[in-house]
Design a protein around this ligand. Structure first.
Ligand code: CMP
Length: 224
């Protein structure tokens, strides 16, 4: 089984045999960059685990403005909320890169939830984590200034996608500047100003759709 799946929370409590059986009940979806996997408001009938690539989750305000809730990578799960609480999808999921997903339909998930309590417990854990992160993001919006939130977003992305290089921690986030601003929850201008300031201080090196973190500790201090 691929490392990304073995490391996925959904599979973490299962032995190899059970993990293979769970995988066998899932369907593979190969999606090209830019594909809308589902849209906010759709009826949800399955959850997804990413085995390859990156997916962004975003919402629209009524005035058309977009906000990114998260950028997810290999091993991460999304789309489970509308299974547990049957209601329309809370966000739109779009592939940021060519990606491979495994989909688990609600019908296929049910026997796992009742037959293997450890699967239910790991899913509860995933929900608890999401709630904590949601609260954290909300208080950052209230209490942390834009440069602090930019530093935090870069550090969060580095934890998921960072690769150590001689120059620093290289993070290929695959986000445009507009998307990065949507993730931070601020205007493109203020986010760009913060990025330019960090680059000027040599804390980061900016490239298109990627960034190298040079001074991680300083960014961490700035994020708090
Ligand atoms: P669902 O509502 O089915 O479809 C959209 C999905 O986005 C949702 O399930 C969650 O899996 C995911 N999601 C919602 N809010 C967040 C968040 N704050 N961070 C990460 N993922 C989220």
């Amino acid at each position: 089984m691929e490392d990304a799946l073995r490391g996925a929370l959904l599979f973490s409590s299962l032995d190899d045999e059970a993990a293979q059986a769970l995988k066998a009940s899932m369907s593979e979806h190969v999606v090209a960059k830019g594909t809308v996997i589902f849209a906010e408001g759709d009826q949800g009938d399955r959850l997804y685990v990413i085995t390859k690539g990156k997916v962004k989750l975003g919402t629209h305000a009524t005035d058309g403005r977009e906000n990114l809730l998260a950028v997810l990578g290999p091993g991460e799960m999304f789309g489970e909320l509308s299974l547990f609480d049957p209601s329309p999808r809370q966000a739109t999921a779009v592939a940021l890169t060519d990606s491979v997903l495994l989909g688990l339909a609600n019908d296929a998930l049910q026997p796992w939830l009742t037959g293997r309590p450890e699967v239910s417990i790991t899913l509860l854990k995933a929900l608890a984590r999401r709630m904590r992160k949601g609260h954290g993001a909300l208080s950052d919006l209230v209490f942390t200034d834009v440069p602090g939130r930019v530093a935090k977003a870069l550090l969060d992305l580095s934890k998921k996608f960072g690769v150590a290089t001689p120059e620093g921690l290289r993070v290929e986030h695959d986000l445009t500047q507009e998307e990065l601003a949507q993730l931070v929850g601020a205007s493109r201008e203020t986010v760009n100003k913060a990025l330019a300031d960090f680059a000027h201080r040599n804390w980061i090196v900016l490239e298109q759709k990627s960034v190298t973190l040079i001074e991680v500790e300083r960014l961490e201090r700035r994020a708090h």
